[in-house]
Design a protein around this ligand. Sequence first.
Ligand code: AHM
Ligand code: MG
Length: 332
Amino acid sequence: MKPIFLTQFLIEEQRAMGKITPDLRLLLEVVTRACKRISIAVGKGALGGVLGDAGTGNIQGEAQKKLDVISNDILLEANEWGGHLAALASEEMDHPHPIPEQYPKGGYLLLFDPLDGSSNIDVNVSVGTIFSVLRKPEGSSESTEADFLQAGTQQVAAGYCVYGPSTTLVLTIGNGVHQFTLDRELGSFVLTQRDMKIPVDTKEFSINMSNERFWEAPVKRYIDECVAGKDGPRGKDFNMRWVASMVADVHRIITRGGVFMYPLDSKTKDKGGKLRLMYEANPMSFIIEQAGGAATTGRERILDIAPNKLHQRVPVIMGSKNEVDLVTSYHA
Ligand code: AHM
Ligand code: MG
């Protein structure tokens, strides 16, 4: 079969579905080209001198890895000049990044977690990039932080790349979820799965069990019942997986089902949760829902949350629909 490259896929979507404007297509091409550069940097590992700490911290008080900073710079540099963006925001930057004066401005806002799972960089385990695209609100001339504070339902596109044994791109523009694999010889993303669907049922959960004593009762109940296996109320044995890279854990779930949880716990309660709404929870929830799954905080649908700040954190429960519905019902 003739390979379908990302460019062809996007052009055909633009023509047939009217789903993509030329500017959005350019944006997606530019972001994914930046991901290729990040993939190369990640792949060089110790030989590229890219491992280890940067010696700096981000606004969330987390130590930055060299590759966090490199990936952030690659995404900024790639996206500044094209004329498709009004501004950018990153998990690694305190404030939104305006488009430099010398370049034209466009109608989209780009948000990203440049390198998710960065605790895994130095141990050669999968990491990734997550991104989300919003429209700039009508009427405002200069972009402000308030422009970004839109509910996840307003996203026009979202995607992630996993830098694993192969580099895969998973993308939604609001009509299903499609997977592309990087052909390293050609340097191009090739469509390898159209319309991914998450099985509604699962026997696999993904949570950091070391936090068990900090969880709330509904999550503890759900996991206890899974762990009880065949002899418990669920009547089946469950398996557990935790990569500690959200991109890798969610990618497994989109591929073969499962439920991913970073729930509210007493350690992160003051901050609202562990994962970031705008850079992690919203784009992943959009993708998960487009693949037939569900995503909640336990108390509400993630995509419905009206954000109150750029670096807001939220509890996350996402994946196979029936399981997410069950955990959510325990919160009721
Ligand atoms: P990061 O964006 O700084 O890498 O943090 C987010 C990561 C997620 O990818 C992952 O699910 C989680 O943090 C792992 O947390 P923990 O180390 O508590 O298991
Ligand atoms: Mg992250």
